[in-house]
Write a protein that binds this ligand. Sequence first.
Ligand code: IMP
Length: 430
Amino acid sequence: MPLNIIIGAQWGDEGKGHITDRLAHDAAIVARYSGGDNAGHTVAIAGEFFRLHLIPSGIIHPGVVCLIGNGTVVNPAVLLREIDDLAARGVDVSPSRLKLSGGAHLITPGHIAMDKAHEKSRGAEAIGTTMRGIGPAYTDKARREGLRAELFADSEALAAALQAHVALKNAALVGGYGEEPLDAAVMAAEFAGYARRLAPYLVDGPLLVDEALRHGQMVLAEGAQGTLLDIDHGTYPFVTSSSPTAGGAMTGLGVGPRMVDRVIGVAKAFTTRVGSGPFPTELSGEAAVRLRGTGEKPWDEFGTTTGRPRRVGWLDLPILRHARRINSLSEWVLTKLDILSGLPEIPVCVAYELDGRRVESFPHDLASLARCRPIYESLPGWEEDIMGVRRPSDLPDAARRYVAFVADSTGTPVTFVSVGPGREQFIEMI
Ligand code: IMP
């Protein structure tokens, strides 16, 4: 049983946590390989909503080991809050079930202060980050000035690393941005407390994954964010600072591509994005509210991490073809099909018009993307409520046709469709 990877095909928030939870019961390990608490994964079980930012969605399954891999950036305060919240709800989050790879990088209050100061300094050009310190933590990693979780096992090395870190951050915060300095002693005391609690969770992540794979067990790599937020293959610079794509699972977990079996692309039946940047099929006004919801329901389109209303638009096939190519997808999971019920017809963007030409592929540069106009094909809608449907044959014809259209237009089968937030609200298509 090899490595299976779950990837977001759009700009994040596709419902990866939901399908990870569904597939986790066959896995020995569920691992996060990139990103940090900028992610927000919602899993609904028996009407109870679990909102996870750092801990893999597999944690809800007893018996599954959850790993926070080398490629992630971890705010220890957030991780401990999540551990405490889950424990209070009766979930086993002991070190026998949750593992933190020593090579994961730490996010400090210095990174968060830098994220805020940098966004403020960009003014109208702001990326619209989640302000969780993600970019600055990855910047320090690439500058070889980062703090790795393994420091939690060595209190002297941790204290020394923090002192150097605060000096560097203060130089940038005060000198570069005119912000207040951080207090090194306060941060040292805070992190000494985190180290005491988190040291028992430390492991060699790549070794743990290798052992499982060599014993024929399945490892599920849970993507965070999405293909269009990838630092290399997304809508740069309006991206996150890591590699949420399939390649990121290789470096983030320390596994080679020969171990990979399925690469599962998760796509919403329409499109959403948070933060700035071009969005060809974006809707406004009433049509947008129809897809977004009003925020009353936990699954309405408002950020799990920031609470921001998400920008919404019709399904965009050039984006899905891009995701299929970048990730070598083996299949699709199409989520939130139920949200489209009741629409008389459903426009789907099949290509773009760019400078008078029809293009089928997603442009590689942002300036071209900003000039793309969607070319729509309208598919018939359906009236029926499909939230209770569990078999493909019980779907209305038009809904089945919508799913088949996605598969045919991308040359990739749809294996699951989700029709609601509940654990059981999936239709297995094949
Ligand atoms: P950062 O990851 O906080 O640096 O934010 C960079 C961009 O990625 C912003 O547009 C964020 O809104 C977006 N982003 C980061 N994480 C997520 C996510 O989990 N879902 C959706 N958008 C995200």
